[in-house]
Design a protein around this ligand. Structure first.
Ligand SMILES: Cc1ncc(COP(=O)(O)O)c(C=O)c1O
Length: 371
């Protein structure tokens, strides 16, 4: 009998479509032969990484031969001061995806299910289905997140609800009042993970202050990341804040050395450089105006922007907009994997990057005589 590894795995695994990340610059260079690319496909930080972080990292290379601190003592101590929460209320991850996976592993079990919104960040489904669990999706209206619909989707099998606030790739967000009202109605035998990867970018006054709600809702897990506003996507550091009993349980499934030493030091330094984060937010706010004006001039419609990216509808038949942008050296993110036909996600960059992107779009639209 011939060896067939597919027969050896959970059949559900065969249905899981691996996550498609933004196309890396090096891959584009290899494939297209262009030397200069602007990556606006993964919501990374256009200002790169804080100088304070970079100068400290160079000094840390002597520590590479020993295991990192598995308890992340210094980083968790700094985070607990920064957020005014207890040390025991924090767990670190190899990116926030790692903590999200730990939450799924901890709280979804047996016939339990994960409940998410349609158009939710793609990793949730992949992580849960990869672990063999069923994922239910709550339908969206106009790409928004409807908590009343989410509440109706809760069944006896629902163990965990995850949503990103704001959501990637739609940019929609849930406000404080709606969130509190949802949590009030929800039975506390269902856990809720609020993924706040874009938290720092949220200037909206009614954005939920979830940290203030932890005492009231011990079934709430908040995740944050150093990948976005802190510019550390390449090092992979994220964390969750929750009731200490919840964190304790999540520690049961955490890999012992899940956050490497350089990542821990970099995150510690990044926390100390809040001026860098402020600069990033200022640039992002300017970019929002620049992009919104530019897209309107091009007659392109886009979803309301909350976070550091625009979700733009570019309905041109017979042309692959992603490829056409690549040829002009700009990497954007097609949203077909989310079944959002003709939609593209574009990360807000520096003034020059935004201009280059808008000009490239203009060229494509002119060629197609859409404008
Ligand atoms: C909503 C959301 N959550 C989580 C992540 C993953 O972040 P990390 O780099 O911390 O794993 C992303 C990355 O794009 C995201 O958009």
């Amino acid at each position: 009998m011939s060896f067939d590894p597919e027969k050896l795995v959970n059949p559900k695994l065969l249905q899981v479509k691996p996550y498609q990340p933004g196309k890396p610059i090096a891959e584009c260079q290899r494939e297209l032969g262009l030397t200069h690319f602007i990556k606006m496909a993964s919501n990374e930080n256009p200002l790169g990484t804080s100088e304070l972080v970079k100068s400290q990292l160079a000094k840390e290379l002597v520590h590479l031969s020993v295991y990192p601190d598995g308890n992340g003592f210094e980083l968790k101590t700094a985070l607990s001061k920064h957020h005014q929460v207890k040390f025991s209320e924090i767990i670190l991850g190899n990116g926030s995806e790692d903590v999200i996976k730990m939450a799924i592993q901890t709280f979804v079990w047996g016939q339990g299910e994960l409940l998410i919104f349609e158009y939710a960040f793609g990793a949730y489904k992949i992580l849960a289905e990869g672990l063999g669990f069923t994922v239910k999706e709550v339908p969206s209206q106009q790409y928004g997140m409807d908590l009343a619909a989410m509440m109706s989707g809760v069944t006896a099998n629902t163990k965990l609800i995850i949503f990103a606030n704001p959501n990637n790739p739609t940019g929609s967000y849930i406000n404080h009042a709606d969130f509190v009202s949802f949590m009030n109605k929800l039975n506390q035998d269902v856990m809720v993970l609020c993924d706040e990867a874009y938290y720092e970018y949220m200037v909206e006054k009614d954005y939920p202050q979830t940290l203030t709600l932890l005492k009231q809702y011990p079934n709430l897990i908040i995740t944050r990341t150093f990948s976005k506003a802190n510019g550390l996507a390449g090092l992979r550091v994220g964390y969750a804040i929750a009731d200490e009993r919840v964190i304790d349980l999540m520690n049961h499934v955490r890999q012992p050395f899940n956050v490497n030493h350089l990542a821990q030091v970099a995150a510690l330094m990044a926390l100390q450089d809040q001026d860098f984060v402020k600069q990033v937010i200022r640039l992002n706010e300017q970019g929002k105006t620049q992009f919104a004006d530019g897209l309107k001039k091009l007659n392109l419609s886009f979803l309301p922007c909350h976070g550091n990216f625009f979700t733009v509808e570019i309905p041109i038949e017979g042309i692959n907009v992603f490829e056409a942008m690549l040829k002009q050296g700009i990497i954007i993110r097609p949203l077909m994997p989310y079944r959002m036909k003709n939609y593209y996600r574009i990360t807000i960059g520096t003034f020059e990057q935004n201009e280059a992107c808008l000009n490239a779009l203009k060229k494509i639209l002119h060629k197609e005589r859409v404008v």
